[in-house]
Design a protein. Structure first.
Length: 439
């Protein structure tokens, strides 16, 4: 017997050249991307597997975004056999404002006030800093206070003299690119960026596109939704009457909700703990679990309790609400994809995962059936084998009965083509999948 493929992914077994078994992994790789100990010795922009809390502490230090997210992810089901972390590289910035030019920092700061100082330069007086998340940052009434939006870098003050900022910024692009190294061809997984920063979302969409289309690494991404108002003492919140996802991508999931849990007196919960919890829930559950209205373990009260109208507003904006009704629940699981006016299959996490596992399964089966010879018998064998496995997925409760169609054809002397129509459970319209499999 020969085995091809890995778990989490699809494993194909052959005996005497004939397909004898197909095993589909029920879990996903989870790669956490965030800020570790700034200035610490841990490697940066490198996917490191972490099997337990002690190993994470030694590598990335306690009381960091990565350590908090790890705790929440494992509490919510993430399997440490498939758990990785990437410590994003940071750099220090210093810049001044003369109260004349536009009040926006040149880069986006790490949202941790322990690593941001603001000084009035004439008297070398350190000023108080408070976070505000409105698009237009208000002017503080107190001349000793500066308001800063840590998601945009915009700030306001009422200081007559020049002020100086010292802060750290994150290279999200390099870190998310490195996260792809945690995956092998044909594996399923999640890249969880512990931020709502736009650079991270842009990097995720680009990296995921390359992974999925060029390397058959079937990952999806999770990111925090960009907050647009301040709630409960400097915590990020959401005006749900005027909000939508910042990206349009059927492999990206944007989550709204920040916890009241404070890790230090100067760092209010920015959503790191709830993002880690969502990543653990999504990655740790079986493929047959829709992850809809599930409860998050270990997440206390949220800074903002969404009403039914709030939930509707976020859903309409293609953002997943976390709803606090005594327990914290994931009130949806749709991606940021905007289907437009044409009816389409719904890109929620469950159905996205079903389409991905079908894609990998079909690819693995075709690769093993080809055997280096592309003739009419091979094409028929591939089509039959794929049809049998699709029927198995119907029996497993992942696909609708009667909603599948597969066509295999010889594309050239080295390539077989596959066109599939599949209907994930509960979807009226089929999802189309096209593959080229090279012998």
């Amino acid at each position: 017997m020969t085995v091809y493929g890995d778990i989490p992914g699809v494993r194909i077994e052959t005996s005497t050249g004939t397909l004898s078994g197909v095993t589909i992994g029920t879990e996903s790789i989870l790669t956490l991307v965030g800020v570790g100990e700034i200035g610490g010795s841990a490697p940066v922009n490198e996917a490191v597997q972490v099997s337990d809390r002690a190993e994470l502490t030694n590598t990335f230090s306690d009381d960091t975004d990565l350590s908090v997210a790890f705790d929440q992810a494992t509490a919510n089901g993430a399997n440490t056999d498939f758990l990785y972390a990437v410590k994003a590289s940071t750099s220090s910035e210093t810049e001044t404002s003369d109260n004349v030019n536009e009040k926006t920092l040149s880069d986006i700061p790490v949202p941790n006030k322990e690593n941001i100082t603001v000084t009035e330069t004439t008297g070398s007086t350190e000023l108080d800093l408070e976070f505000r998340y409105e698009d237009t940052v208000p002017v503080p009434e107190d001349t000793s206070t500066v308001y800063l939006n840590p998601t945009t870098g915009a700030f306001e003050d009422d200081v007559a003299d020049t002020i100086e900022f010292e802060y750290n910024t994150v290279d999200w692009t390099s870190a998310i690119d490195a996260a792809a190294d945690a995956f092998e061809e044909g594996q399923f997984g999640i890249i969880q960026s512990l931020t709502s920063e736009e650079e991270a979302g842009t990097a995720l969409t680009s990296t995921l596109d390359t992974m999925r289309n060029d390397e058959l690494k079937m990952a999806v991404g999770i990111i925090g939704a960009d907050p647009n108002k301040t709630v409960l003492d400097e915590h990020p919140g959401y005006d749900t009457t005027d909000i939508e996802a910042s990206f349009d991508d059927d492999t990206l999931f944007s989550v709204a909700g920040a916890s009241l849990a404070d890790r230090t007196p100067n760092q209010p919960g920015f959503g790191t703990d709830v993002l880690g919890a969502v990543g653990g829930l999504f990655a740790g559950n079986s493929n047959t679990d829709p992850v809809y209205d599930d409860t998050l373990v270990g997440v206390g009260r949220l800074a903002q309790r969404f009403s039914r109208a709030d939930v509707t507003g976020l859903r309409d904006g293609r953002i997943i609400p976390l709803r606090d009704t005594g327990t914290v629940r994931v009130a949806d699981n749709r991606s940021t994809y905007e289907s437009g006016t044409e009816p389409d299959w719904e890109r929620d996490f469950f159905r996205r995962r079903v389409v991905d596992l079908v894609t990998v399964t079909v690819y693995r089966i075709a690769r093993r059936q080809i055997g280096g010879i592309l003739d009419s018998d091979t094409v028929d064998d591939v089509e039959d084998a794929v049809g049998v496995e699709l029927a198995e997925l119907v029996d497993d409760g992942l696909l609708e009965a009667g909603g599948q169609n597969v066509t295999a054809f010889r594309d050239d002397d080295r390539t077989i083509g596959l066109d599939l129509e599949i209907s994930p459970l509960g979807v009226a319209k089929s999802a189309d999948v096209s593959l080229e499999v090279i012998a």
